[in-house]
Design a protein around this ligand. Structure first.
Ligand SMILES: *Cc1c(COP(=O)(O)O)cnc(C)c1O
Length: 413
């Protein structure tokens, strides 16, 4: 029998929600494989390769592979005053709208928004320490997932890394010696956000470094904005106890801090440089800034997040809403799902923040490994498998998606 034409085969797939060039590609692949009947499977494969929603039932709140902090944001099809000063009618700055809000939240003199925290650190080093020495403790030569390694970032930005102290103990005197010997442009503290050094350890405080001489830069990474956590109903949770915050780090004497916006800040992917006005201005006028600047979509979503903090409304920030949902509420949702067996679980923040910190949560467990079937559901559900059972943690699931989770589980068993 003659194989069907690509055209006829692709038209038989027209009920699948894909533009026709992609349906033609699926038909071609199937015919090329001498298996025209597989055209539908090929088309569905193409559909699932698109960027799309997924339900995070892992209990890891900031899952890097699932997009870190979830967002509740929509852009209207309208122009914006991105770089337009409405009071004068002249050109404005895209940075100012949201930077002012970040300054208020973090008690900073000035702030600059870039594409992510890696860009923030790179820009700080390039603008303030090119061809100069920067002192970093040997215990803080961090690698964050995805290839951000402090020594490599230093090299790329043209700064010379001066390692000080030892892996477990670094004192102010180590930074002082490095400064005398190498005329350091900056002292850089890097928050070891994804690992812990414990036991016989010592590190120099921000306050003690602030009197050595050069500006002190703290790469905080995680981006907890204020230890006071005024936006949470019950204040600061115990799992945040060791987490340095932007406001307090600046108060302690840091000249600049850098942090991600899609970790504990709970916003879109972006990075912030905040602190001394003259140093932020030097970063803002560096040629790399043009390559690192975010667009209106990101800036608007970031502004929405910042406004929610100023309203002290943690529930308006999906990350904090997930974090402060009570176990009782999660247990009730687990019961209401009507599938699997309700279980107590442990959630964690993830996203390279707060290593080892877990907090109680709840969800359902299903016998055996059904993670493949869950992943293949209409809206993919991502779950954890442990000890021959599949566990779905409801803390990281938007309650609006519970029905989809129940449906996916019911058809996976
Ligand atoms: C996460 C992190 C970074 C990288 O941030 P991105 O926003 O992912 O680029 C840099 N430094 C520290 C300390 C971090 O925790």
């Amino acid at each position: 029998m003659r194989p069907p034409s690509v055209d006829a085969l692709s038209r038989s797939l027209s009920d699948i929600d894909l533009p026709s060039p992609l349906l033609v590609e699926a038909a071609r692949t199937a015919i090329g494989n001498n298996d025209p009947d597989s055209a539908r499977v090929e088309a569905v494969k193409l559909q699932r390769a698109l960027l799309g929603p997924a339900i995070n039932a892992t209990g890891v709140l900031l899952h890097t592979n699932l997009g870190r902090a979830p967002l509740d944001y929509q852009q209207a099809p309208q122009a914006t005053n991105l770089e337009f000063d409405l009071s004068t009618g002249n050109r404005g700055s895209r940075n100012d709208h949201v930077a002012n809000l970040i300054c208020k939240l973090g008690g900073a003199e000035a702030a600059l928004v870039v594409n992510n925290c890696s860009a923030a650190v790179t820009l700080v080093l390039a603008a303030l320490a090119r061809n100069r020495a920067v002192a970093v403790s040997r215990g803080e030569l961090v690698e964050i997932g995805g290839g951000f390694r402090v020594p490599d970032v230093m090299a790329e930005s043209g700064a010379q890394l001066i390692e000080v102290g030892t892996t477990n103990r670094t004192r102010v005197a180590d930074y002082q010696a490095a400064h005398r010997l190498h005329d350091t442009a900056l002292l850089l503290k890097v928050h070891p956000s994804n690992y812990k050094i414990s036991g016989f350890t010592e590190e120099a405080s921000i306050g003690s470094l602030s009197v050595v001489g050069p500006p002190v830069v703290a790469d905080l990474g995680s981006g907890l904005i204020d230890e006071a956590c005024h936006w949470l109903r019950d204040g600061k949770p115990s799992w945040l106890r060791d987490e340095p915050a932007v406001k307090q780090t600046l108060e302690a004497g840091a000249d600049l801090v850098t942090f991600s916006c899609d970790k504990l800040f709970g916003g879109p992917q972006a990075g912030i440089i905040a602190g001394r006005k003259d140093l932020v201005a030097a970063c803002a006028s560096h040629p790399l800034m043009r390559a690192f600047r975010p667009g209106a979509l990101v800036l608007s979503a970031l502004q929405q997040t910042a406004l929610a903090y100023l309203r002290r409304d943690g529930d308006a920030i999906p990350f904090w809403r997930m974090a402060q949902t009570s176990v009782i509420e999660l247990e009730a949702r687990a019961e209401a799902l009507g599938v699997g067996s309700p279980v107590r679980t442990m959630s964690m923040t993830g996203g390279g923040s707060l290593p080892g910190e877990e907090f109680p949560s709840a969800g359902v467990a299903i016998d055996g490994d059904v993670s493949d079937a869950l992943r293949n559901a209409e809206v993919p559900v991502i779950a954890r498998v442990r000890d021959h059972s599949t566990v779905l943690d409801l803390r990281t699931v938007n309650p609006d998606d519970d029905a989809l989770v129940a449906k996916a589980v019911a058809s996976s068993i």
